[in-house]
Design a protein around this ligand. Structure first.
Ligand code: NAD
Length: 424
């Protein structure tokens, strides 16, 4: 039966279209030749697999899994695996292309990929998830490889699933192959500093942007949407650098304190409360929508996609937006934000700290040597700072927003490499 693309959700931007609209603008400014544009537009490889898995009750359920390799022009492809009921090929395609641009922006030698399985891990036992992950890895046996395609965790997967992936791949090869996947548990080849890496990169980008905007961090206020891995680390590290974090939020709502939130207390509360801030005291409860429009200097959307849209962009009062999440700003909101003179450090730059330290994990695995947390942090901070400066310089030179500049830097690097490598 032919594969049918699911229609994008109503009122939601199709993620592939959102990415493509920015890619197109940046390509036009760069004067990219049409044939090169066509090469970069199309994913290099799309794999769809059916995964029969024996469930705990003895029944056999068939899951659909995907792996999209967008590009291997800069090196082996890199990208996470998502276990979620909403996973579909269109989303995986967009996320794979995003990875190509993200790796190119921070100048690490990877192409872009993404994978996913349409499933609901919250309704599955650990055993069922393990069998599904092993079945997926087995089906991707000729796709994955330390020099080919290196997966990592994404929504619904974590170190536990990466350990199963590494084990299954290693059994096939008959040898332990740490470097086939990143985001592994620390005891089996994971890197120090990976947990906080994305939030740390958000902080480094925010500090660099504030320097350009002449915002004194010790006098600056900030709001962070999302209090998971990225949001809570960004909030904690921004607070450490002197900012007053006035609001944080999660799915339970937003929490505001004009005098500043106690971030350590909020982290402890969340960890003792099944990952939720629900019931957190010492702050006024506001809505997530209100958090986005607070009169703060810095806004960090670090929850999910499409939260800044054409319907709320005109109400945003922050001077600077640093995108911790992937795709938090819809392409229709871009113009409104730009017209207001708000600087946006885009996702493909701001949240690239995660993939940078994943790259370090792969480097350490190949060296067979473990770096200290200090070395990891110093090197990733330098990569993030250099990438920020490079994008900022391009944005000044071409008088374009930082988002378009980031795409330009990435497209320029990938297209030049493509030309050097040559085609058929
Ligand atoms: P997470 O699951 O740890 O945390 C997500 C947080 O956002 C939770 O606090 C959740 O309650 C909250 N949330 C979800 N929907 C929300 C909504 N509509 N309004 C307010 N809060 C909401 O996820 P994470 O790893 O922190 O990832 C967050 C974002 O950052 C995602 O877009 C992810 O793709 C992106 N990202 C993550 C990494 C990483 O290393 N973890 C790297 C790059 C990009």
């Amino acid at each position: 039966m032919a594969y049918i693309e699911p229609a994008p959700l109503k009122d939601k931007e199709n993620p592939f279209e959102a990415m493509m609209s920015r890619f197109k603008v940046a390509s036009e400014i760069l004067g990219l030749e049409e044939e090169i544009y066509n090469v970069l537009k199309n994913p290099a490889r799309q794999v769809i697999v059916s995964l029969p898995v024996t469930m705990d009750d003895g029944s056999i359920k068939v899951f659909e899994g995907y792996r999209v390799i967008h590009s291997t022009i800069l090196g082996p492809s890199k990208g996470g695996i998502r276990f979620d009921p909403h996973v579909n090929l269109d989303e995986v395609k967009a996320l794979a292309a995003w990875m190509t641009w993200k790796c190119a922006v921070v100048d690490i030698p990877y192409g872009g990929a993404k994978g996913g399985v349409t499933c609901n891990p919250r309704e599955m036992s650990a055993g069922e998830i393990e069998r599904l992950m092993r079945a997926y890895t087995q089906a991707m046996a000729d796709v994955f490889g330390p020099d080919q395609d290196i997966p990592a965790p994404d929504m619904g997967t974590g170190p536990r699933e990466m350990a199963w992936l590494m084990d299954q791949y290693s059994r096939n090869k008959g040898m332990t192959t740490h470097a086939v996947v990143t985001g592994k548990p620390l005891v089996m080849g994971g890197s120090l500093g990976r947990t906080e890496a994305t939030g740390r990169g958000v902080m480094v980008s925010a500090m660099a942007a504030m320097e350009k905007l002449k915002i004194n961090p010790y006098k600056a206020t900030c709001a962070v949407q999302g209090f998971g891995n990225v949001g809570s680390w960004a909030a904690r590290l921004l607070h450490e650098r002197g900012l007053l974090v006035q609001a944080v939020s999660d799915l339970s709502g937003a929490y505001y304190n004009e005098k500043g939130m106690d971030i350590e207390k909020a982290v402890k509360y969340r960890d003792a409360n099944k990952g939720s801030l629900d019931g957190f005291e010492g702050a006024q409860k506001i809505s997530n929508e209100e958090l986005l429009t607070l009169p703060v200097d810095l806004l960090v959307p670090a929850a999910t996609e499409d939260v800044i849209t054409s319907s709320n962009a005109s109400n945003i009062k922050a001077k600077l937006i640093v995108e911790g999440a992937n795709g938090p700003t819809s392409s229709r909101a871009d113009n409104i934000i730009n017209d207001k003179g708000i600087m946006v450090v885009p996702d493909i730059l701001a949240n690239a700290g995660g993939v940078t330290v994943s790259y370090f994990e792969w480097v350490q695995n190949r060296l067979g040597y473990k770096w200290t947390a200090d070395r990891v942090n110093r090197r990733s901070d330098r990569i993030m700072k250099d990438a920020f400066n490079n994008v900022y310089k391009t944005s000044q030179e071409y008088k374009v927003p930082m988002r378009i500049a980031a795409y330009m830097v990435a497209i320029d690097k990938v297209s030049k490499t493509y030309k050097f490598r040559g085609g058929y």
